[in-house]
Design a protein around this ligand. Structure first.
Ligand SMILES: [Zn+2]
Ligand SMILES: [Zn+2]
Length: 153
C-alpha cells in the first residue's frame, strides 16, 4: 500500500469535511426585522397623545431582510390591563416600508399612560419590535373634533 497515497486521501477527506461544515455555517437566517417608530400622536403630529374614541397616528420605518409577514400595533395600559391591537398585512412580502397608520382608540379606553408596541414578523417567523409611550386623554379633551383650527404657535 502506498503510504503517500493514503495520506493524500486522508487530507482530501478532511478538506471535504471542512468544506461541508463551513457550508452549514453559511446557512444563516436573515437579520431580524428592524423597527423604528418615528411618530406617535394625534392628528398627524408627534405629540404622543391619543384621544379615546378617535385615532392615533403611527409612523415607523421598517426593514425586514426575511420579508415582512405581518405588522402588529399593540397598545396597552402601563398600570392596568386595558389593551387593543390591530394586525396589518398590506406590507406583506416587502423588504422595507414606511408604516403609516391611524389606529382607532376605543371610546371606553381609560385615560392614562400607555405603551405602543410595534411588532414586525418576517416570513421566517422572526420578530422585531420597537415601543413608544402614549398618553390617552378622554374624548372631552379633544377640541379639534373635526374642525380645522390651527393650534400651532
Ligand atoms: Zn397619519
Ligand atoms: Zn409595554
Amino acid at each position: 500500500m502506498n503510504r503517500k497515497l493514503f495520506l493524500g486521501a486522508m487530507l482530501l477527506l478532511s478538506a471535504n469535511a471542512l468544506f461541508f461544515s463551513s457550508c452549514e455555517d453559511d446557512n444563516d437566517k436573515p437579520l431580524l426585522p428592524m423597527v423604528k417608530i418615528t411618530e406617535v400622536g394625534s392628528g398627524h403630529s408627534n405629540d404622543g397623545i391619543g384621544y379615546a374614541g378617535s385615532d392615533v397616528h403611527i409612523n415607523a420605518e421598517i426593514i425586514a431582510e426575511g420579508l415582512i409577514e405581518s405588522i402588529t400595533a399593540e397598545i396597552h395600559q402601563e398600570d392596568g390591563n386595558f389593551e387593543f391591537q390591530e394586525v396589518y398585512t398590506d406590507a406583506k412580502g416587502l423588504k422595507n416600508t414606511t408604516f403609516h397608520k391611524h389606529l382607532d382608540i376605543p371610546k371606553e379606553a381609560p385615560e392614562g399612560e400607555y405603551h405602543l408596541h410595534l411588532v414586525v414578523k418576517d416570513q421566517q417567523g422572526q420578530t422585531g419590535m420597537d415601543e413608544a409611550h402614549l398618553i390617552i386623554k378622554p374624548a372631552s379633551d379633544n377640541e379639534d373634533d373635526g374642525d380645522d383650527h390651527d393650534h400651532s404657535r
